[in-house]
Design a binder for this molecule. Structure first.
Ligand code: GLN
Length: 567
């Protein structure tokens, strides 16, 4: 039988429900329970695929090709589990199914109503995603009291009625503000969130309190009184520097054990978190940090949005660095400034590595191409992800092959040299304006060419699977020409019709110049770095040591660089 834990938010959004859910999942899993995590998004979009990253953060891609809210990424990064797309439930999916069923006559002439048909469909989806698991943790997006939230809370109560109250636990995450003119931590918004939740018939079993400062006894007593729960079940979640500290704080509070206790379960094994702890320590107090510049286009939407748009890349870099025992400082570089002033790209020389992430459209593209040319010729480690690989090919075609005006048809439909182009299927989707869920999405395998850098990164594996999210491909007509001029295609995907889609590129005689059509950042987890990122970060460290040693006019071998404090 599955135990259900519903995680809901009170007061305001953005208080870390996703991180709390992921942390609980990681702890319960580590206690030896078969655990899954489910995210409910009350918006009407069918999925996150058509959402602008600046609107809703990065679009996360699951192994089975779902385009999902970034919380699923947090779940995977914490729990090291592949979470399938059925674990994301949106109001859009729920309503669409109900209306489709009505159109198909499946309700046999009954009046189709908000209650019970919408919660019934929600419950069907929750059961589907949790089937076979001992514990399912379900995060309900938004905030208690939102109009959109109500059917999901109703569904939670219905599940409780079906399986019994002892099979369902509720965790409320609230925020305790300290208004600057009062300088006192206020519990009133939490009291109101508790009241709103009670209107839905729910009294939470646990209250997680997000605070800027530690939670004192007086506040705890107040919440205890208003929530009608023992203070033992009020969990403090003070602000932390790294999200990976959150589960460590929960363990200190015995949060996981208390949840198991509530369900009448006992841990099946002891927790072993020393390696996690050590990596967190490295992230917080690195002796050596490499610096990576990410050339993106969202900079002028404000630093917060940019940060969120590439959240998986940021984490993949941090995972790789922490695992190898050092830190990684990321600087966001606006591609547009490299467009306006070609000299500006020299700024790239200040970094230990430059990364061009995935992207769409023409904004900032020439700036990215200028940066790629610079790092290729200046031999600065380069990682091109998806668009970053496609633009590296455009740059190579223009500047090495001399194909002036070479481009991707995404930006220039009339280019004389369409080195990146649409294959017929994608042309059809675009023609039909059918944009939702029609990209090449999810895990695809690639054959890796032996004796290449990419092959070495994947430890000689002949076939690897990474996740994808793109429409355009390397134009097969240019592959031979590019190869003859020195570009190495180090991996390809073979379609059932025999077509080969280029998946990896690299350059010889360069410390690290690798591009991939995939998004390896989606398969990086804390404690399990993705091999492509690990290689890039390692190359960054080598450059870092080289630059440091040339400053000190003595050569420091990598090992000592990694261990001694240089700054
Ligand atoms: N815009 C490119 C494409 O659709 C790259 C996509 C990406 O970087 N995710 O193929």
């Amino acid at each position: 039988m599955t135990r259900f834990i519903f995680v809901v938010g009170g007061v305001i959004s953005g208080v870390g429900k996703g991180i709390t859910t992921a942390s609980i999942g990681k702890i319960i899993k580590d206690y030896g329970f078969n655990t899954t995590l489910i995210k409910i998004d009350p918006y009407l979009n069918y999925d996150a695929g058509t959402l602008r990253p600046t609107e809703h953060g990065e679009v996360w891609v699951t192994e089975d090709g779902g385009e999902i809210d970034q919380d699923l990424g947090t779940y995977e990064r914490f729990t090291n589990e592949d979470i399938p797309k059925q674990n994301n439930i949106t109001s859009g999916q729920v309503y669409k199914t109900v209306i489709d069923k009505e159109r198909a006559g499946e309700y046999l002439g009954k009046t189709v109503q908000f209650i019970p048909h919408i919660p019934d469909e929600i419950i069907r989806r929750i059961k589907l995603a949790s089937a076979g698991y001992e514990v399912a943790i379900i995060e309900i997006g938004g905030t208690v009291g939102d109009y959109e939230n109500a059917p999901f809370l109703f569904a939670a109560k219905a599940l409780e009625q079906e399986f019994g109250a002892d099979m369902v636990a509720y965790v409320l995450i609230t925020y305790l503000p300290v208004p600057y003119h009062i300088t006192e931590m206020k519990t009133k918004p939490t009291q109101q969130a508790l009241r709103l939740l009670r209107q839905e018939g729910i009294i939470p079993n646990f209250v997680v309190c997000r605070t800027a400062h530690p939670l004192d006894d007086e506040r705890k007593s107040k919440i205890e009184l208003y929530a009608h729960i023992d203070r033992n079940y009020i969990i403090a979640a003070p602000d932390v520097k790294s999200i990976y500290e959150v589960p460590l704080n929960f363990i200190r509070d015995d949060f996981g054990k208390k949840i198991l206790d509530y369900f009448g379960l006992t841990p099946r094994r002891d927790l072993e978190w020393s390696s996690w702890q050590q990596q967190v320590e490295t992230l917080l107090h690195p002796k050596v940090s490499i610096s990576i510049g990410i050339v993106g286009k969202y900079v002028d939407s404000g630093a917060y949005e940019l940060f969120d748009s590439y959240v998986s890349i940021e984490h993949a870099l941090l995972h790789a660095a922490a695992l190898q025992g050092y830190g990684c400082k990321i600087t966001w570089l606006d591609a547009k400034k490299f467009e306006a002033n070609a000299q500006a790209v020299e700024e790239c020389a200040h970094f230990d590595g430059i990364l061009v992430p995935g992207g769409f459209g023409s904004q900032g593209v020439e700036g990215k191409i200028n940066a790629i040319e610079y790092v290729r010729t200046a031999k600065i480690p380069y990682l091109g992800i998806c668009y970053g690989m496609q633009l590296a090919i455009v740059e190579y075609a223009r500047n090495v092959l001399g194909l002036s005006g070479a481009h991707t048809t995404e930006v220039d439909a009339l280019t004389p040299y369409p080195v990146i182009d649409l294959l017929p299927m994608q042309q059809k989707y675009i023609h039909e304006h059918n944009l939702g869920g029609t990209m090449r999405l999810g895990g695809y395998s690639a054959y890796i060419k032996p004796h290449t850098k990419v092959s070495a990164l994947y430890e000689g594996r002949q076939q690897v699977v990474e996740r994808h999210r793109h429409r355009y491909e390397v134009n097969p007509e240019y592959v031979e020409q590019l190869e003859q001029s020195g570009l190495i295609f180090s991996g390809y995907h073979q379609r059932t019709d025999g077509t080969r889609l280029m998946e990896y590129i690299e350059l010889a005689n360069h410390p690290f110049f690798v591009g991939t059509q995939a998004h390896p950042e989606f398969k990086s987890r804390f404690g399990f770095a993705n091999p492509i990122f690990a290689g890039f970060v390692q190359a960054g460290l080598e450059r870092h040591c080289y630059l440091k040693s040339s400053l000190q006019s003595e050569w420091l071998p990598i090992d000592s660089c990694g261990k001694i404090s240089l700054s």
